[in-house]
Design a protein around this ligand. Structure first.
Ligand SMILES: [Zn+2]
Length: 198
């Protein structure tokens, strides 16, 4: 699927499955959902939709920064948790993030970063930096794998085994992609509006 769909469904699935009752919980669902939802597509060098993947990464960085700035001023609690972490854990988390990012970029598309092993590896930095975001991050990551499984190109879910899996029920950039995008987006907006304003 395309980047915006992975972001919208990542957040929507994280909100739906964790049902956050607080502003902090909603922030964690947004940050975890978009980071996890977009992380598998860091294998951009072999991605036929390379520009779309890069746009997705930029949106993730912008949205994460925006949520953290709002959290900082509104004191919802995400920044408080971040700044109360052991600095060594933060440093190790950032190092792990950079190393894993570097490993992921040149990978064959839909290989390691789209596998269960990749899910475990790419969760390590989040667990070190912001543990409370891990459930939403894992949900977002898993939603990406499930949506890509629907397409007509294999993902190597059991990497390093060479087996590829796909259900082949839809294309990554056609009607199903649009339906999932608007479903994820509208559910997320309604949920967040309800939590914050009603
Ligand atoms: Zn993907």
């Amino acid at each position: 699927m395309m980047s915006k769909t992975h972001l919208a469904v990542g957040v929507g699935t994280a909100l739906a499955l964790t049902q956050p009752q607080t502003a902090k919980g909603c922030c964690l669902a947004i940050i975890g959902g978009i980071l996890g939802g977009m992380m598998p597509d860091i294998d951009i060098l072999d991605n036929e939709h390379m520009m779309d993947a890069i746009h997705g990464q930029i949106i993730v960085a912008g949205m994460t920064a925006a949520v953290l700035v709002m959290d900082h001023f509104a004191r919802w609690g995400v920044c408080k948790e971040l700044f109360s972490r052991d600095p060594m854990l933060l440093i190790w988390g950032i190092i792990a993030w950079i190393v894993l990012y570097g490993i992921g970029i040149p990978q064959p598309h839909r290989g390691f970063t789209h596998s269960l092993l990749g899910l475990i590896a790419y969760t390590i930095p989040v667990a070190l930096i912001l543990p409370s975001a891990v459930p939403c991050y894992v949900i977002g990551f898993a939603s990406h794998l499930v949506m890509d499984l629907l397409n007509k190109r294999n993902i190597r879910l059991l990497f390093p085994l060479n087996w590829g899996f796909c259900f082949g029920v839809c294309y990554a950039n056609k009607a199903a992609n649009q339906i999932l995008l608007y479903t994820g987006l509208s559910f997320s907006l309604i949920f967040l509006f309800h939590r914050f304003f009603l």
